[in-house]
Design a protein around this ligand. Structure first.
Ligand SMILES: Cc1ncc(COP(=O)(O)O)c(C=O)c1O
Length: 407
């Protein structure tokens, strides 16, 4: 989609506004499945934590995707969007046994990532097939907060604890149908991924009834011009070959599962904001916009750099700006960035706003969450309306008169 389409959508739906390009989601989906076309049984489970709007879930379902979920609420949203329970995968961390039991009772595939729950679940429900999340102790991922497969991470069961897993399986007679890993987001080096995959294969050999291996995700997408990205085609070539060889060795055609979030939706997203004020100080020029980390927290949380364009003045001369939000705290989106000359009222567009952007938004400063629009077949379809004052009040209960009167 082009800058003029985005500008027209900002005009039609107002700002701030999230826009998602359906065609880009489809092309990323196709790219991934094509890269692994040599694998007989491939399944893509979209990690819906990245962007959980029901219309996006429906779109991905129509492309053939399953779902990767991390909370019972995500499971409920997935079912609401029309996914069959058996196409939903549940990979929680630190949730209660009760929540896992409730999800398992819905017919969703559960994935267990600690020995305590594995033992309790296996003892109570030996007939429910389970997947196990291992921690391969590999350092991968672009940022400490999103590297989850290393030795200090809270995720997964250590590969050094396989004898303990086997004792639990033996004693409870539970059935292990899958082995899973997810090492982290923004993996730059596919060799690290392949190394971790070898650990997964070694682990898998201990289990006789497997139906699938889940390699998680973590594929890095480009954020700016000439940025590095995971070479998905190369990974596809190398991992498919190794996976097929493993299946031959194992004696069964297993399903290969991936659960990408960012890879599928990051680049499809555009976040549009209006410049409220251009403020020249002694040290910098600030462009203050009608949003903040209440709507887009990744730059402040992860130091992520979203490319910013002035779509109201695409041919303008580039100047240096610090783009900041309207939150009463420092909320800098970009520091000293070259952007086409900005005038108050201009619309700026943030790229890579599909993954972990709207889904991490909040009502901080009592601001409304923005609207979301899907750009499909050359038109903008409203898939979430902007919040209103009623939404802020919806679950709040005012102090009863008689109690307020006692103050
Ligand atoms: C278990 C699991 N799977 C998949 C993902 C998706 O990762 P990404 O968005 O990097 O593809 C995550 C992200 O946090 C995750 O925790």
């Amino acid at each position: 989609m082009q800058a003029k389409d985005l500008l027209q959508l900002a005009d039609q739906f107002g700002s701030p506004l999230y826009v998602y390009d359906a065609e880009k989601i489809q092309s990323q989906y196709n790219r991934l499945t094509k890269a692994f076309s040599k694998v007989e049984n491939l399944r893509v489970n979209y990690a819906m934590k990245a962007l959980s709007n029901v219309a996006i879930l429906q779109l991905l379902k129509n492309m053939g995707s399953g779902l990767d979920t991390v909370s019972i609420q995500e499971v409920l949203l997935g079912l609401h969007a029309g996914y069959e329970p058996e196409r939903i995968f549940f990979t929680p961390n630190g949730v209660s046994l009760e929540e896992i039991e409730e999800v398992a009772a819905m017919g969703v595939q559960i994935n267990i990532d600690n020995l305590s729950i594995l033992e309790q679940f296996g003892t109570k429900h030996p007939h429910i097939p389970v997947c196990i999340r291992i921690n391969p102790h590999v350092m991968a991922g672009g940022n400490a907060n999103i590297s989850v497969g290393h030795i200090d991470s809270k995720f997964g069961i250590s590969v050094h604890q396989i004898p303990h897993i086997l004792r639990i399986v033996e004693n409870t007679k539970m059935s292990i149908v899958g082995i899973h890993m997810h090492t982290g987001s923004d993996i730059l080096d596919i060799e690290v991924f392949l190394y971790a995959a070898e650990i997964l294969f070694d682990t898998a050999k201990h289990f006789k009834d497997l139906q699938f291996l889940d390699f998680g995700s973590g594929f890095k997408v480009p954020y700016k011009k000439d940025d590095i990205e995971t070479d998905i085609e190369e990974l596809g070539k190398k991992l498919s070959k190794r996976f097929n060889a493993f299946c031959a060795e194992y004696g069964r055609d297993l399903t290969l599962i991936f659960e990408p979030g960012k890879f599928l939706v990051s680049e499809a997203g555009h976040f549009l904001v209006k410049v409220n004020v251009v403020k020249q100080t002694t040290s910098t020029v600030f462009a203050g916009v009608d949003s903040g980390f209440n709507h887009l927290i990744r730059p402040m949380l992860y130091g992520s750099s979203h490319h910013i364009e002035n779509i109201s003045n695409p041919k303008g001369k580039e100047r240096f700006y610090s783009v900041v939000g309207y939150i009463c705290e420092t909320d800098t989106f970009a520091n000293n960035r070259r952007i086409q000359e900005i005038t108050e009222g201009d619309i700026l567009s943030f790229r890579n706003a599909g993954a972990y952007c709207f889904s991490m938004s909040s009502n901080y400063n009592s601001r409304y969450k923005p609207a979301e629009v899907l750009w499909m077949n050359g038109q903008g379809i409203l898939i979430r309306q902007a919040e209103t004052f009623e939404d802020l009040l919806k679950n709040q209960i005012p102090l009863p008169q008689e109690i307020a009167a006692t103050v």
